[in-house]
Design a protein around this ligand. Structure first.
Ligand code: FAD
Length: 419
């Protein structure tokens, strides 16, 4: 073979190889593009299915939801641990129940013997939605440790000590905004202490009931094994690969076994979260005593978690200091800070930025009955004798003329309240 023939041959081979490579490249790109398009179509379809399911659930909820109070029969009363009981409630009319969003609560109106007016209290739903029944879990509230002479909590004692299977209670439809969106797949951390576990257990059980593969950390703190609420259900979460369960005992008893009954000694702290979690890139849901929630929310903020990724529910007077909207932080420049007088208690003070009127009253030791603390149950309604208020969020029902829902309002002017 001559030299020129070899060159021509080489060029031809190179051309054929080049063409093959180009054809392969085009085919490969087409295959990749088709894969990407198919994946996008699949994701879009999944999104549309989720959106349709959410719309169906909303429509179902709207169809089945009721106004005012509905009668429920206590069909099961179960001791969960020391001082804590769960109650399964079936509607007395036996009609189906609306689905609810995990994290929501029921508002009860109780006729407690010896009380002249009904007692209104809220209790979180503690199990995944079922069409035939709801479950709440209630801790009997004793007197404050430093004031043992005071009576125990009215509603929780009534539930735990007096009410029994077969009794009937009145409850409003599920409500509340401390909710887990089951359509999302953001990884979540559910952190609770004591009876604050109830809405978070409901969230966890709802994820399980849906067969969700969403990453979920379930972190729970109790004093010891005697106060481990819903232990079996929490332990059961460990069998699901997407769940990580960690339990802290602050004061373990001698027979509580570390590594078996609990994993960590002490309280759930921000430092513990940093050590445990692979990153801060989660949605956080918290419920527990005030100091616990304040410590965790402060710690998360310091760790760079945006406030929008931290959700919490306060069961009582303890208030979590959230970054308040500018309008709430201080009165407009040039305007004096309003004074608030609680006429019946004979107490007066200057309003403190960021507090609701209810929280201001509680900071002075004035008791105002309060159920939901979210402007929906109406139990904190107080008559305004002088002045006016503005609302920090829209009340679910407009309060009576001349009154205010103290849990969600602040003084607009100097205020005199009948409390
Ligand atoms: C959205 C929401 C969800 C909730 N979910 C749950 C839940 O799932 N489970 C649960 O157990 N709780 C839950 N709670 C708390 C619940 O609503 C009640 O606040 C709790 O049960 C206490 O109510 P009580 O009527 O028993 O106590 P109260 O009668 O309101 O008394 C509260 C405390 O005050 C003390 N006290 C009595 N008299 C005085 C006085 N004169 N001065 C000072 N203190 C006094 C009592 O001894 C008691 O320690 C939730 C609260 C909210 C807002």
């Amino acid at each position: 073979m001559t030299f020129s023939a070899a060159v021509v041959g080489g060029v031809l081979i190179a051309l054929v190889l080049g063409q093959s490579a180009a054809a392969f490249w085009i085919a490969w790109r087409r295959w990749v593009d088709q894969r990407v398009a198919a994946r996008l179509r699949q994701e879009r379809l999944a999104w549309e299915v989720r959106a349709a399911r959410a719309r169906c659930e909303q429509a179902e909820q709207a169809r089945l939801v009721w106004n005012g109070y509905r009668k429920f029969v206590i069909t099961q009363k179960r001791r969960e641990c020391e001082g804590v009981w769960s109650f399964r409630l079936e509607p007395h009319d036996r009609k189906p129940l609306p689905p609810f969003i995990p994290g929501q609560y029921l508002t009860f109106q109780l006729r407690v013997p010896g009380r002249d007016k009904p007692v209104v209290r809220c209790y979180s739903l503690s199990d995944a939605p079922r069409p035939d029944s709801y479950r709440v879990t209630i801790k009997r509230e004793g007197p404050p440790p430093d004031r043992p002479e005071l009576p125990p909590g009215v509603a929780s004692s009534f539930f735990c000590d007096v009410l029994k299977e077969g009794d009937i209670v009145d409850a409003k439809a599920p409500a509340g905004h401390f909710t887990l969106d089951l359509e999302k797949d953001t990884p979540v951390v559910l952190i609770s202490a004591g009876v604050g576990v109830t809405p978070l257990l409901c969230m966890a059980n709802s994820l399980v009931a849906r067969g969700s593969k969403r990453e979920c950390w379930f972190l729970f703190g109790a004093r010891n094994g005697a106060e481990f609420i819903h232990r079996d259900e929490i332990e059961r979460l460990r069998q699901f690969a997407n769940f990580q369960v960690h339990v802290w005992f602050s004061r373990p008893r001698p027979d509580d076994r570390k590594g078996v009954d609990f994993q960590h000694e002490g309280r759930v702290t921000p430092d513990a979260l940093r050590q445990l979690l692979p990153s801060n890139n989660y949605e956080f849901f918290l419920c527990g005593p005030g100091p616990f929630m304040n410590a965790i929310t402060d710690g998360l903020r310091a760790w760079g978690v945006p406030d929008s990724a931290v959700h919490f529910e306060a069961f009582g007077p303890a208030t979590v200091k959230k970054a308040a909207p500018a309008s709430v932080v201080a009165p407009p420049p040039g305007q004096p800070t309003p004074r608030v007088r609680f006429a019946r208690s004979g107490r007066e003070c200057v309003w403190q930025a960021g507090l609701s009127v209810l929280e201001l009253a509680e900071s002075l030791g004035i008791r105002i009955d309060a159920g939901c603390r979210a402007g929906s149950c109406g139990s904190c309604l107080v008559a305004i004798k002088e002045g006016s208020v503005e609302y920090l969020q829209k009340p679910e029902a407009q309060p009576e003329e001349g009154s205010c829902l103290t849990c969600i309002c602040r003084p607009k002017t100097d205020l005199v309240l009948d409390a």
